[in-house]
Structures are given as C-alpha cells and as structure tokens.
Design a protein around this ligand. Structure first.
Ligand code: ZN
Length: 636
C-alpha cells in the first residue's frame, strides 16, 4: 500500500483539471510539498495524518494573476478621482515619500493575510523593492511571481533605468530556483518604458528563463498615443521591440483588437483580467470572451488595493463572469465553470506557473483550499446539474466561506485562523502607516499647488529637482569646459525663451509662470516652439532678484543654450543664459538634476558645488533649491 504524509478525505474534490474532473466523497493524498494522488487513487494511500473534510469542497487555491501587494497600505487613500490626478497627484508622491523595504514588507504581509483568508495561494506581483516583497511572501508561505519594476524614470528603489535593470537582474539571480518565489523583470508599461527597456527586460527574462510581467493596453488613451507616436497600437509595438521573446504576463489588455488578440495567442502570452480595477478607474471592459475563444490564457487579478479596493478573488471572478455577459449582451458568455478555471488553472498558465499550481493533479504542488458551501447564502444545492457546483462557488460563495488554505504542502490557515501571519499586529502597523501618510498629505494640501491638484486641473508632470543658478565670470571659459574631457556632453540645443510671471498675494504659494520656447537651429532660425504653464514652489530667487529675474519685472526674455551632460556619473542639464529682458550684463548658468529623495538631493548638491567651481561661478551669487513643479501644456 502506498504511503503519504497527509490525506484529505470525505471531500468534494474539484480538481479543475482539463476535463474538470470532480470526485464526490473523494480524497487528496499529499506527500511533502506535492499532490501524490487524487480521487479513487488517493483512497488507496495510507497516511501519517488524515483530515476529514466533512463533505466540504477541496479545490485548487485561487490564483491572483495581477496585483501590487504593498499597495494594501494605500487602500482607500484616494478614490473617485481622474486617473491622472489619482496616479500623479496621490499615488506617485506618496510612493516616492514612503516606499521603502520596510513599507513594502508590511504591505505585502497585509496583502498575504487578506489573500490567504480569501482562498488565494498564488499571486503575480509588480512593485518596487521586490526583494522585500518576495521575502514577505515566502515567509507567509505563499507562491508568488514577483516582478521587479523597471521604468524609464527614477523610482523609489532605483536612480535610473540602468539601475532598475541591474536591480532586476540581481533580484532574479538571488531568487531563481526558490520553491515558492518565481522572480521576473516587470517593465511597468510601454508608455512608461522605452523600446530599449522593453528589449532589455525581454532579454533578461529569456536569459534566466523566467516570465515577464507588464501592463498592456489598459486605457484607450494609451492606445491612441501609441498609434500617434509609433503608428501602431500597443501589441505590435511591443512585439517589434522583442517583448515576446519572453514568457509574457500582460495585465489588462482592455483595448486590444482582433489582430492583437491573435498575436497574444501566437506568442503564448498570458493575460490578467482585472475587472474591478478597470471599472473603478474607468478604463473600460476587456474583450475576455473573445480572448478565451481565440485560445488566449486569461487569468483574473485584483490589481493593487489602491484601485479595487480589496484583494478578494471571489468577488473578482464573479464580476468577470457577470461583466462578460453584460458587455456582450449574452447570458451564456463566460459560464461559472470557465470563470473558476480562469481563477485557477488558466490563471496559473497565464503566469507560466501551471506546471506547479492551478489544479489538483498528481505531481503538482499541494496548493489547495477547503470551502464550506453549507452556509445560509448557499443552500439549498441541486444534484441534477453537475455544473451547479461551479455556479455555487462563483455566484453565491463568499471569500469568508474558505475554511482552510494550504500552499506547497503547508497549512497557511486552519479553521479561519492564520498560521503564518500575525493579523492583529498587521492591523496595528497598517494603521500607524496610514497616520504618517495622512500627515504628509495634509501638509501638502494647504498649498495652491495641491488645490490645483484637488480640482483636477493641472496635473501632467511633477518633478523634483536640485537646481543651482549662478553668475559666471566668462562665457568663453564655460564653453571651454564643455568642450573639454572634464564633462561628457550627451546633447545640446539652443532656444529663445520668454517667461511671464504672476505672483500670488501669499508669497508662500510660489509663482505661476507662462513659458514660451522657440527652438533655434545652428543658423538661429526658429524650428519649433512650445509653451508651458508652471506653478513653481517658493524659492529664494527674490534674494537674488536684484541681479536677475523678476522682482519688479513680469517678463523675462533670454537666449538659452542647453546641454545635457554627465559629470561623475550624474546627469545634469546645464543652461547658459544671456538675459535680454531685463537687459543684464554677463552670463548665468543654471545646473539642475532630477532627484527622488532628500539624500540623493544632498549627494547631488555636493557634485553641483564641484561643477560650479569648474565653470568659474561666483560663489557669492549662487542660489540653490529643490522644488516641485506641476505643469500643463506641451509642444504646439
Ligand atoms: Zn497593475
């Protein structure tokens, strides 16, 4: 007689295998981390331990195919706002200020606790400091595809794209082969990456044979911009840049056409459908029924808790089923059985983890849950239609009906009590974190800037910069330094700049600036123009105002030459300005560099001092500042 470690008996075993096999009054035999046998085969095993499931359903643990686990700590922070206001006015500033390894570890533990309690045993993540997320998930005992985010601009955990790519490589090397964690690069989205980033990430994933996690075609605007900028929609564009060399997990795919769906199928890309997030952010409804029809592996995800606002996969699969019917005007679309398959086996396949999880079959890891269908909201039940069981689970069950959860052969929850996480401690810590975010936002919201953000009118771009202006002794000396090997010039341009300033009664509120730039070619002809309206935070420019700028002037006109240069590994913009209005003798330089944290700003300020000396700036006539800038407008 074969032996196993644990046998679950007297269960309705919903295997969710390809043939949707159900074993009533069946067993599951588990040895170590894996399933040894299911159904009648399992009955033959003698086990060291036996658990009587008392007629409850034993099924695969649910698979959350797309989330940002640490964002549980931003749950309910900002709701019912325009997408750009939500993202750039709240999420990104708060993330920049707070996201750290400790923050993401806490948020991930909270997410794991919530997911385990709702029957999820595996999830696909994408965030910053993914190392801490992977550790927290592994400690909680959950299976996770962890995507280290790569973006074209600085993030909470990387100063540049090269940095974040190096971090992703490091992360993959460290976690590859872990029994629970599958590491991956996560280029955030086509519109936040460059073609080089997409290609580099795909090559990285292919090199280590790990999946790649990305957001694709989430909004109509994204597709529109892709058509305008690249002459094609999103899927062909990422294909052109080698994305499908990797095993892709694409979140959203709301706005994809027939050809794109076929391409996703041909390249064996998995899709994560996030119905709540897509509805809540007004992104639209993904063509899920059509994607499934054409054979694409479409899983279901909750997305981050900031756009959902919970991680409840029971709600999510129910909504997926209902939405497909409502959107297609067809009540037969996406039946309950298929919705449950999306939330289990097909979701695992979309994550490229179906060799490990997603169904109860011998050889797969023991990732399973026990669900009680004998609750008031789920009785009676009918035996006539075998598919009634799926309808019970998808349409009437609640996440709180999950009684036990096991991942990789280890119990994570027994009888609704979490075994790997301290629920009470997590709630307290999450509340503390929320208080700190509240204080931060309250301090920001007293300014004109934040009022603009709040009314939703003026958010296109926010930047933090360290910036220094100074009068220089000689133009020729500055040009000589630029021509020398002391700095590396990446590119340069020249333009004619007109600024009009308005001040507020309260000087604390900064200035509103309308800027028009005329781009000049070598012969001084205007080749292009742009304008921008900017609200600039309070600076110390007035102290310097006797020398230049606008203490009593409302218009500043200058001839500006601009260089992007690298000095000691740091990128700077250098502006060499000659003031035309107000007419001022001499030349001024302005040095500035993007930054994302106070410490980085301090480091850069030190490098700037050296540069100032190099360019022969007068130390008595320098001003330095870091500022926040919100701008509207663009090229015209
Ligand atoms: Zn997402």
């Amino acid at each position: 007689m074969p032996t196993c470690d644990l046998r679950l008996t007297n269960a309705v075993v919903l295997t969710m295998d390809e043939r949707f096999t159900i074993h009533r009054g069946g067993s599951v035999a588990i040895t170590g981390d894996s399933i040894a046998a299911v159904g009648a085969d399992a009955d033959a095993y003698t086990a060291a331990e036996t658990v009587d499931c008392r007629g409850r359903v034993v099924m695969p643990g649910l698979v959350n195919a797309h989330t940002h686990a640490p964002m549980t700590l931003l749950r309910g922070l900002a709701d019912d706002l325009r997408l750009d206001v939500w993202l750039m006015g709240y999420m990104m500033p708060v993330e920049r200020e707070f996201v750290s390894p400790d923050f993401v570890a806490l948020g991930t533990k909270l997410a794991c606790a919530e997911m385990i309690r709702s029957g999820v045993t595996a999830f696909a993540d994408m965030y910053y400091f993914e190392d801490a997320i992977a550790q927290a998930a592994a400690d909680a005992g959950m299976r996770a595809l962890c995507g280290q985010t790569v973006l074209r601009f600085p993030t909470p955990d990387a100063t540049s794209y090269e940095d974040s790519l190096a971090r992703a490589r490091d992360f993959i090397q460290r976690w590859r082969g872990h029994p629970l964690i599958v590491p991956a690069p996560a280029p955030h989205a086509p519109y936040t990456c460059t073609s080089e980033i997409l290609r580099a990430c795909a090559e990285l994933a292919a090199e280590f044979d790990v999946p790649l996690h990305i957001h694709l075609a989430e909004t109509a605007l994204e597709v529109e911009s892709s058509r305008r900028e690249h002459g094609m929609p999103v899927v062909p564009w990422v294909k052109k840049h080698g994305l499908f060399e990797a095993k892709v997990l694409a979140a959203h795919c709301v706005h994809v056409d027939e050809g794109e769906i076929r391409a996703l199928k041909n390249f064996n890309a998995g899709v994560a459908h996030n119905p709540t997030s897509n509805l809540k952010l007004g992104a639209g409804i993904a063509p899920v029924a059509r994607m499934l029809e054409l054979g694409v592996d479409v899983g279901i995800g909750t997305d981050g808790a900031a756009s959902n606002n919970d991680l409840d996969m029971f709600e999510e699969m129910r909504l997926a089923a209902l939405l497909a019917k409502g959107a297609g005007g067809d009540p037969t679309a996406l039946p309950a059985r298929d919705a449950l398959a999306m939330a289990t086996r097909i979701g695992a396949r979309a994550m490229h983890l179906d060799h490990l999880t997603g169904s109860l079959e011998p050889g797969k890891r023991a990732d399973l849950i026990v669900v009680d269908l004998d609750r008031l909201h789920n009785v009676p039940a009918f035996d006539r239609d075998p598919n009634g069981l799926y309808a019970q689970i998808v349409y009437a069950s609640k996440s709180t009906d999950v009684v036990d959860a096991m991942c990789n052969g280890r119990w994570l929850m027994r009888d609704r009590a979490l075994l790997t996480l301290d629920e009470r401690g997590l709630r307290d810590a999450a509340r503390d974190a929320a208080r700190r975010v509240d204080v931060f936002l309250a301090s920001r919201e007293v300014s004109v800037l934040q009022k603009l953000v709040a009314v939703g009118g003026a958010v296109e771009q926010e930047s933090f910069e360290v910036q220094v202006k100074a009068r220089i002794a000689s133009e020729a000396h500055a040009l000589a330094v630029l021509a020398s090997k002391q700095v590396t010039v990446v590119r340069s341009s020249r333009y004619h700049q007109y600024d009009t300033y308005w001040s507020f009664d309260d000087p604390e509120q900064g200035w509103l600036r309308f800027r028009e730039d005329e781009f000049l070619d070598k012969e001084g002809r205007v080749t292009d123009a742009r304008s921008r309206l900017t609200l600039t935070g309070r600076t110390r420019e007035e102290e310097f105002g006797a020398v230049l700028l606008f203490r009593s002037q409302h218009v500043v006109e200058k001839d500006r030459r601009r260089w992007l240069l690298v000095y000691r590994g740091v990128e700077f913009y250098l502006h060499l300005d000659r003031l035309i209005t107000p007419a001022t003798d001499g030349y001024f330089i302005e040095l500035k560099s993007r930054t994302w944290s106070r410490r980085d700003a301090e480091d850069k300020a030190a490098v700037i001092s050296e540069l100032l000396a190099l360019f022969g700036a007068n130390p008595d006539e320098t001003i330095a500042d870091g500022y926040v800038q919100f701008a509207v407008g663009g090229r015209n």
